[in-house]
Design a protein around this ligand. Structure first.
Ligand code: HEM
Length: 287
């Protein structure tokens, strides 16, 4: 079996870096999934756990991990996230002291860093809640809608226009699956590496409606192998959003800096930290 570190005997010592390392190791081992990584779907789990937050009522958010339960697990927007939750089960079994809610966010943090993204400072302290804290359906964005809907959804969480565009850069990662959302295909040519390619492609490619049997989505005219959702195209149709798209397309360092800040804000919505809460900046597996 694994060597037991002396500190493991101290029950009060919570080694979050060890949890990070375990997730990173499993990401490397399970390269059979999708485009070669569970990273994108883990990022999506952390976002959908957090993105139910409502600043007026303080309900929803990552503090609770209520997506473990129906009805939230059955919400259309959460289709396919069972794969991410199941991926993390062996990690929960190995480190039972971590809450599901902290673990799901740590899964997102680890995935972003391991997919060559920026450092994402992490604070623990989320407590799991029961199914009575499940949020109503409809709090997550509807990909078939445009700028007004996107603003409604993200203003409800407390984000501004610049922050919304910075968050959307996560669509450099992963893909749409017909069995989950009905949509199909990746946004970028390297869906397991975080870059500012999402913004570059939004501006640099010609986007046309895909002619197919599925829901309305765009394809790039040149290769027809990339996609954009109607809600993605809203970021270049809307003048205010487009200004920020142009900034991030031109400057990957700026995107990384702003993305890190805004995803920390997303992941911490509604989480009750104390004066004693520590911030962790994790080492990557290869550091
Ligand atoms: C995937 C919609 C914002 C991260 C998806 C999918 C849809 C979608 C329809 C495909 C799911 C599937 O079929 O498996 C939207 C809309 C957004 C939004 C309408 C807001 C306008 C975000 C944000 C993040 C994010 C803020 C993270 C910060 C991801 C990731 C995937 C994904 C990483 C890929 C998942 C995978 O490969 O399994 N999104 N999303 N999205 N989304 Fe978003």
């Amino acid at each position: 079996g694994d060597a037991v570190e002396p500190k493991a005997f101290k029950p009060e010592f919570k080694d979050y870096q060890a949890v990070y390392n375990e997730i990173a190791k499993l990401l490397q081992e399970h390269d059979e999934y999708d485009d070669g990584s569970y990273g994108p779907v883990l990022v999506r789990l952390a976002w959908h756990a957090s993105g139910t937050y409502d600043k007026e009522t303080g309900t929803g958010g990552s503090n609770g991990a209520t997506m473990r339960f129906a009805p939230e697990s059955q919400h259309g927007a959460n289709a396919g996230l069972i794969n991410a939750r199941n991926f993390l089960e062996p990690v929960k079994a190995k480190f039972p002291w971590i809450s599901y809610s902290d673990l799901w966010i740590l899964g997102g943090v680890c995935s972003i860093q391991e997919m060559m993204g920026p450092k994402i400072p992490y604070r623990p302290g989320r407590l799991d809640r029961d199914m009575t804290s499940c949020t109503p359906d409809g709090r997550l964005p509807d990909a078939s809608q445009g700028a007004r809907h996107v603003r409604d959804i993200f203003y409800r969480m407390g984000f501004n226009d610049q922050e919304i565009v910075a968050l959307a850069g996560a669509h450099a990662l992963g893909r749409c699956h017909t069995q989950n959302s009905g949509f199909d295909g990746p946004w970028t040519f390297s869906p397991t590496v975080l870059t500012n390619d999402y913004y570059k492609l939004l501006l640099g490619s010609k986007w046309q409606w895909r002619k197919w049997d599925g829901p309305k989505q765009y394809e790039d005219k040149e290769t027809k192998s990339l996609m954009m959702l109607p809600a993605d195209i809203a970021f270049i149709e809307d003048k205010e959003f487009k200004k920020t798209v142009e900034k991030y397309a031109a400057d990957n360092d700026l995107f990384f800096k702003d993305f890190s800040a805004v995803i920390v804000k997303l992941f911490e919505l509604g989480v009750p930290f104390t004066d004693k809460t520590e911030t962790y900046v994790f080492k990557n597996l290869d550091e």
